[in-house]
Design a protein around this ligand. Structure first.
Ligand code: GP9
Ligand code: MN
Length: 423
């Protein structure tokens, strides 16, 4: 009911983290380029296979302090996979416990990043993706998000495809002129695809040897990750050459794991340790990298999740996030909440890794037996359960219909139309 929205707003108000004045508004007016690294897990960063770096370009971004790399950043996705990551990052809402909100709640009202950036600061938004526009029901829900342009497969030469769609190298190449054509400032979201299960790659695109665990999925993963790394390097070079690099905030993020627990045996060889329940939870780290003015660069160890990206971005751009309903908190805030809630009610923080009734010390992996700590964990679990139930009230009840942030104009989906390029 409309009253439920008050309960939700009370909760997010209490959870709100004030922006850090050191960073607030640092990126005001800049273009934002958000790059989706398909199925990319953080263990790849600085990992060496056959004595060779798998992702030398991404590694160099971190080591040269070109970006700030959050090495304790976790994905929070469930069955909606890529779609959940998009929902989490653009709305600061969790996905659904089952199925994909993109598919089953695609006509709900949202107050998402594209519309917020547009209404607050006149941004134009665009999504770039070399796959059919109907996948994950994107062509419907993007209208509710207020995405101005959706460059889907019809905008690309799809002959250069492998697996789900266009290969990452031609994808970035062909995206450049489209990106240049956007009115500034823009919020551009580029969704890569080649590093996707089961990670097939044409032999001529492979520049590192496969791993040799004997598990084909795991062995292939390093080749497609390397291919993605090379595609990114080329894209960054193009941005620099065209003068677009300097005036852009760049966000890179991994959407979810690439290697499921079905491959634990092979992953034990890769990691050189047993993949226990605790260890599997630690492997759910995905990279978040941010290039923005005033960010130090290098490695930042703050614990955070995909939910936290939107308020962080808003504050960097100088947008007050407190009037919106968002469950995440600004990662750069002194008051940031470093408890990363997972969709199933588990959570990971600097101190605790809580998996059902099993509680571990995050740093050591040892089982927690201290009564005071157990009490603290139980309280945090309860808070998360409440948060998830409020989140689900929003999605199942389409509650943002009833919420009116100050100065907000509800997004009218009929204002958006994603034509094929040829039309
Ligand atoms: C499809 C792509 C893959 O367009 O985004 O989605 P996933 O299988 O990773 O959810
Ligand atoms: Mn994905």
């Amino acid at each position: 009911s409309p009253n439920d929205i008050n309960e939700v707003k009370e909760y997010t108000d209490a959870n709100y983290a004030e922006p850090n004045p050191e960073y607030f508004g640092n990126a005001e007016g800049m273009n934002v380029i958000k790059i989706h690294l398909e199925s990319f897990q953080s263990f790849l960063i600085d990992y060496k296979l056959h004595g060779e770096e798998v992702t030398p370009f991404l590694n160099s971004l971190v080591h040269d302090k070109e970006v700030t790399y959050f090495d304790n950043f976790f994905h929070q996705t469930e069955q909606g996979k890529t779609a959940d990551a998009e929902l989490l990052m653009d709305n600061s809402l969790y996905g659904l416990p089952q199925g994909s909100a993109f598919s089953v709640k695609g006509t709900n009202t949202y107050q998402a990043a594209p519309a917020i950036l547009n209404q607050e600061q006149g941004y134009t938004s665009a999504v770039f993706h070399g796959d059919e526009k109907t996948f994950w029901n994107r062509d419907e829900i993007y209208k509710q998000f207020g995405v101005d342009h959706f460059f889907d497969s019809t905008y690309y030469n799809m002959e250069n495809s492998v697996n789900y769609g266009l290969k990452d190298k031609p994808f970035f190449e062909e995206s450049m002129p489209l990106l240049k054509s956007l009115e500034e400032p823009y919020y551009a979201h580029l969704i890569t695809l080649t590093n996707h299960y089961p990670f097939p790659l044409d032999p001529e695109d492979a520049t590192i040897e496969k791993a040799d665990t004997g598990d084909r999925t795991v062995d292939n993963y390093f080749q497609t990750a390397r291919y993605l790394d090379e595609a990114l390097e080329q894209f960054f070079n193009d941005l620099k050459e065209s003068g677009m690099y300097e005036n852009s905030v760049i966000l890179l993020y991994g959407d979810h794991y690439g290697i499921s627990t079905n491959h634990n045996r092979a992953m034990e060889q890769i990691m050189g340790k047993e993949i226990t329940e605790y260890q599997n939870a630690q492997m759910q780290r995905v990279p978040l990298m941010i290039k923005a003015p005033g960010l130090e660069g290098g490695v930042n160890h703050t614990y955070a999740g995909e939910l936290d990206v939107l308020p962080t971005l808003e504050h960097l751009l100088g947008i007050d996030s407190s009037k919106y309903i968002q469950f995440g908190t600004d990662i750069l805030s002194e008051e940031h909440d470093g408890t990363v809630g997972l969709r199933n009610g588990n959570f990971i923080s600097k101190d605790y890794t809580v998996l059902g009734d099993d509680y571990y010390d995050t740093a050591t992996g040892e089982v927690i037996e201290d009564e005071a700590k157990i009490k603290e964990i139980k309280a945090q679990k309860e808070k998360l359960a409440k948060e998830l139930s409020l989140n689900d009230k929003i999605l199942y009840g389409d509650l943002l219909r009833f919420y009116d942030p100050e100065g907000w104009t509800p997004v009218d989906p009929s204002n958006y139309d994603y034509n094929n390029r040829s039309e």
